[in-house]
Write a new protein. Structure first.
Ligand code: DGJ
Length: 743
């Protein structure tokens, strides 16, 4: 018995010892942290002739935006600046705020790591300055995620363009869920935001509001139509609740991107205003492979202490000098046949229109939609897109024949394409259904009876480039292409991208830019207009490639006042295609005088869009006269500085002027929008931008009898700037154009 008990005890001990061997040793859990290396505190100043963006780097390597405004004598005074905010929460002045650490506001950068964590805190490593470009290198202190912030300054124009580059230095892919181009911190007591909303035929409508606490988001999720419902740009007046053209601090911004965009304005507890701007991360988590660099588009910033007028002029000058494709070029006046004929034309009709355009003094004829597709002829908007061969039934003599006729008459020749699109009724849709934007099992919705091709696919990129190239080969006399894009993206998806569907929205625009790079490499001199159901693609990304935009399908005078005023806040007049069309207006049914329509269209790149035969003999005389006078002053519209004198949102009139850089010439436009009672004195326009020490001869154009008592005489610039200029415009649609020349 004793032996049995001993045996059992021995067995028990053996089992317990074996269990003890198997059980992991319980080690006390220790949270280990990675040390943040200290750096030398410093100030980094990005300067232009009159402005400075000042960044402060503290001992920990945190980079904060401390000032965006007037250039300072000593930026280093910001070295020890202390915002004195409660330190347990970051007050949000980080130069590029990332999700993680003490930062809880809206993020410029958010990263999901392979281990499921989401904290990123980037610190200063180094920076370098090369010419006007400053690059600040930052790195997360735990992972191998790196960020370069690139600041490019344009000294004369007082513009700074900022973008970020995000690099995965780790060994596994990471997911970027926010990746703004730029983040800005401003500090004022009030923030008065001006931004844009709109729809087809009502683009660039102005919205203004004082920003309260919380987040205001402006964005587009329409894929390819950047600007129909808004515009990736804004103006922000500081310390005021009012708009002023001439007074106060204004910060303006515009994004160089042609796809989904997002600009957020957040007022956290600190009182600061944080603006994050960039590509919209909507449905676009970017998987960043090991070693990959993600380069965001530029965000353009300017600051003015002379109100919104100067902010606009800074942007316009920067655009003309550095951003627009051939920004210094004066593009020709033109006649486009769209509203004159729509799809119903033949060679004879086009030749007649060309003859009429030539006799009116116009300089180019543009053949719009409807010239192509054989099996599914493009005789309305239901068929043909995708089949880019000439419809020989309609135009048997060919494009070269028509283009040669235009050239023989001294006109340039342009032609319309919409290469990103396909009608279900086309050979292309049948041959390549896989090229169409689509999502498995889901309806492929049509908009304007068409689908959109998937430009994230390199085969489609080749095709779209080929459409441009083949169209150009129809004649060696094609001087101008109108590139249209008449729908936005819905039920998005790509057969090419497989499981990487989140690359679609960004991949599409990258694909579009690749095509445009190829187009520009081969066709550097072709004038190309960016059109998208009117003005649905007006942004500084497109404008690197395109000479101009079609601002709106609505060329009704009354509507155009608002559309063109809004456009002028951010974009220069030289890009704005503005046409005179027939009345009643095809979109609004409105009737405005021909002179009003001409004077207004002359504030941009003048064109006509009608059947000239619909004009009376008297109207033809006026048209000739307006076109002739436009050529006298259009260099001012294309290259001069814009001063807005009266806003259509504020009063009964709209007035603006362009002044040459040397201030020797100017042109003033004024438009009456509402009846002005006879008992009221004539409106006074205090002209701007003139040399007050010089004299200007003032001549009203396009009329026999002037509406200003001083027309034809000479006046001091100081008189004209101080209230002496008061043309009598009292009836709705009265309008006037004055040329000012120093003697
Ligand atoms: C939309 C454009 O905005 C118009 O000017 C015209 O080109 C049509 N498309 C043609 O379909």
């Amino acid at each position: 018995m004793k032996r049995i008990l001993l045996l059992l005890a021995a067995m028990l001990l053996a089992v317990t010892a074996a269990d003890a061997r198997k059980a992991p040793k319980k080690k006390a859990y220790v949270h280990e942290t990675v040390a943040i290396p200290e750096v030398q505190p410093r100030v980094i100043a990005i300067e232009t002739d009159n402005t400075a963006l000042i960044l402060q780097v503290d001992r920990k390597g945190v980079v904060r935006t401390r000032h965006y405004g007037a250039k300072l004598g000593r930026s280093e005074d910001f070295l020890n600046f202390n915002d004195k905010a409660f330190k347990d929460i970051d007050p949000g002045s980080l130069a590029y705020p990332s999700s993680g650490g003490r930062y809880t506001g809206s993020s410029a950068l958010s990263v999901l790591y392979p281990d499921g964590t989401r904290n990123t805190e980037i610190y200063y490593l180094s920076h370098e300055v090369a010419g006007n470009k400053t690059t600040i290198h930052l790195k997360d202190y735990v992972t191998e995620l790196k960020v370069d912030l690139v600041y490019e300054s344009f000294p004369k124009e007082d513009v700074i363009v900022i973008h970020s580059e995000i690099v995965n230095g780790g060994k596994k892919p990471v997911s970027l869920t926010d990746y703004a181009s730029s983040s800005m911190t401003l500090n004022a007591r009030k923030y008065f935001l001006t931004h844009f909303h709109g729809t087809w035929a009502e683009e660039m409508q102005v919205d203004r509001e004082v920003l309260g606490h919380g987040i205001k988001v402006l964005e587009s999720r329409r894929g390819v139509q950047t600007s129909q419902c808004g515009n990736p740009s804004f103006l922000l007046s500081l310390d005021t609740a009012e708009w002023s053209e001439t007074k106060g601090e204004v910060v303006a911004g515009a994004l160089e991107w042609s796809g989904n965009w997002k600009i957020s304005f957040e007022r956290p507890e600190s009182g600061y205003l944080r603006i994050n701007a960039g590509i919209n991360p909507y449905a676009s988590v970017w998987s960043l492979a090991a070693g990959e660099r993600f380069v965001t588009p530029g965000m353009v910033w300017t600051w003015s202490d002379e109100g919104a007028g100067k902010a606009s002029r800074n942007l316009h000058r920067w655009a003309r000098n550095s951003q627009l494709y051939a920004g210094a070029q004066i593009t020709p006046t033109l006649l486009n046949n769209w509203e004159g004929t729509y799809f119903s034309f033949n060679t004879k009709m086009l030749l007649d229109i060309i003859d009429d355009a030539a006799s009116m003094g116009l300089e180019m004829f543009v053949l719009d939609d409807g010239w192509f597709a054989k099996d599914y002829p493009r005789n309305d908007d239901k068929a043909g897109l995708g089949d880019w061969e000439l419809n020989t039934d309609k135009l048997p003599e060919g494009i070269d024949y028509i283009a040669s006729h235009a050239h023989n008459k001294g006109l340039k020749f342009g032609i319309w394409i919409e290469p990103e699109m396909v009608n279900p009724e086309s050979n292309l849709a049948k041959a390549h259904p896989e090229w169409i934007v689509q999502s498995p099992g889901r309806e492929m919705e049509q908009i304007r009876n068409q689908w959109i091709l998937d430009l994230s696919n390199p085969e489609v990129q080749d095709f779209v480039y080929g459409v441009f190239d083949r169209t150009m080969s129809l004649s060696d006399k094609i001087d101008y292409i109108k590139w249209d894009c008449n729908r936005s993206v819905t039920s998005f998806g790509s057969t090419y991208l497989g499981t990487e569907q989140d690359r679609f929205f960004i991949g599409y625009i990258q694909g579009l830019y690749k095509v445009l790079d190829r187009v520009r490499a081969k066709y550097p001199d072709t004038i190309i207009q960016c059109c998208s159901s009117g003005g649905a693609r007006v942004d500084y990304g497109q404008l690197k490639y395109f000479n101009e935009v079609w601002a709106s399908d609505n060329s009704d005078g009354d509507s155009r006042v608002l559309i063109q005023y809004g456009t002028s806040l951010v974009y220069p007049a030289c890009i704005m295609g503005s046409h005179v069309s027939i009345v009643p207006n095809h979109q609004t049914g409105n009737i405005t005088p021909l002179k009003f329509r001409f004077d207004l269209a002359s504030t941009g790149r003048l064109g006509m869009e009608l059947q000239p035969k619909d004009l009376t003999a008297q109207e033809r005389v006026l048209a000739d006269r307006c076109i002739k006078s436009y050529k006298q002053y259009r260099d001012l519209v294309f290259k001069g500085d814009l001063y807005r004198l009266a806003s259509p949102y504020e009063g009964d009139d709209y007035a603006l002027m362009y002044v040459s850089e040397d201030k020797s010439r100017a042109v003033v436009f004024a438009f009456c929008l509402k009846f002005r009672n006879r008992d009221k004195a004539a409106p006074v326009y205090k002209l701007q931008g003139l040399d007050t020490s010089r004299s200007y001869k003032v001549t009203e154009l396009n009329v026999d009898k002037s509406c200003w008592w001083g027309s034809g005489k000479s006046f001091g610039g100081d008189f004209l700037s101080s209230g002496g200029f008061n043309p009598k415009l009292s009836k709705p649609h009265d309008s006037a154009v004055f040329l000012l020349e120093t003697e």
